[in-house]
Ligand binder design. Structure first.
Ligand code: G3H
Ligand code: ZN
Length: 283
């Protein structure tokens, strides 16, 4: 069933688990995510970025995800991931999203607050919750020394002020997490997470969770992370499985046969994440 993310994340926050938020670009990834959530009886967020919206068509992709969510046996929210501007947020609201992220984290503090407040006003008017971000979540290519690394992270006091000033529903934090695959083992700053948790009452979000070892995910969930974003590991499962199938069956031209093992591989990744997020059985 289609729900908003607010009810999902408040329950996760209250009961000490995290809801998985998995990115989709197409029908096949959407199937894999929903099938995994149903198999594990878990609530889930299916998220679409501005790039995916452009790729899949601003009407078509949300329609596919919306229909899948409506028919799902578990609660599903459709989330705009890293919403880059007000116009994209409007497109998302018009096409049935039930959860919005406005990412203005690259802007100076006051401008970030102003952008977020504008989106909160529009989204709350139609009952849709908003995620905002402070600090800079790195990319995997970044190679920075520790002092620089810390400078990019979310400051606990600033997180508290931002939450108060912004009036949004969920906060994405930068605690050493990065998008894409990590070079070497990531080291999340758990002291910083606890300090943020102690000052901020809204559910906290961890981006860039692909490649973070399971034990660190468990620690993050135990310290109050309630939404965890995964994109890269699902893409990797899809593409490597398709490549392997095509190498083994070079004459195959039926895309359904090529996609079948890829969907199964993606479903397995999502099911494993749901287990370590402790959201299995919560749907
Ligand atoms: O917003 C999307 C996620 O933060 C993706 O993170 O690249 O580690 O899968 P990932
Ligand atoms: Zn992200």
């Amino acid at each position: 069933m289609l729900v908003t993310s607010k009810e999902l994340l408040l329950d996760a926050q209250k009961n000490g688990y995290a809801v998985g938020a998995f990115n989709t670009n197409n029908l096949e990834i959407t199937h894999a995510i929903i099938r995994a959530a149903e198999a594990k009886k878990a609530p889930v967020l299916v998220q679409i970025s501005a790039g995916a919206l452009k790729y899949g068509g601003p009407d078509f992709l949300p329609m596919i995800v919306g229909k899948a969510a409506e028919k799902a046996k578990v609660p599903v929210a459709i989330h705009l991931d890293h919403g880059p501007d007000f116009a994209t947020v409007m497109v998302a609201l018009r096409t049935g999203f039930t959860s919005i992220m406005r990412d203005a984290s690259k802007l100076p503090y006051e401008a970030n607050v102003a952008e977020v407040r504008k989106v909160v006003e529009a989204c709350h008017a139609v009952g849709v919750p908003v995620e905002a971000e402070i600090g800079k979540i790195g990319g995997a290519e970044e190679h920075v020394v520790v002092s620089e690394r810390e400078a990019l992270m979310s400051d606990p006091q600033e997180c508290a002020r931002f939450t108060e000033d912004g009036g949004f529903d969920f906060l994405a934090v930068a605690i050493g997490n990065a998008h894409g695959f990590y070079k070497g083992e990531p080291k999340l700053d758990f002291d910083r997470l606890v300090a943020i948790r102690n000052l901020v009452s809204v559910p906290l979000v961890l981006h860039g969770a692909s490649g973070i070892p399971d034990f660190q995910i468990t620690m993050a969930v135990e310290r109050g992370i309630a939404k965890i974003n995964i994109d890269t590991e699902v893409r990797h499962a899809m593409v490597t499985t398709m490549k392997a199938y095509m190498d083994a069956h070079p004459e195959e031209i039926d895309p359904r046969k090529i996609f079948k093992p890829a969907i199964e591989a993606m479903q397995a990744v999502v099911e494993h994440k749901i287990e370590i997020f402790k959201s299995a059985g919560r749907g």
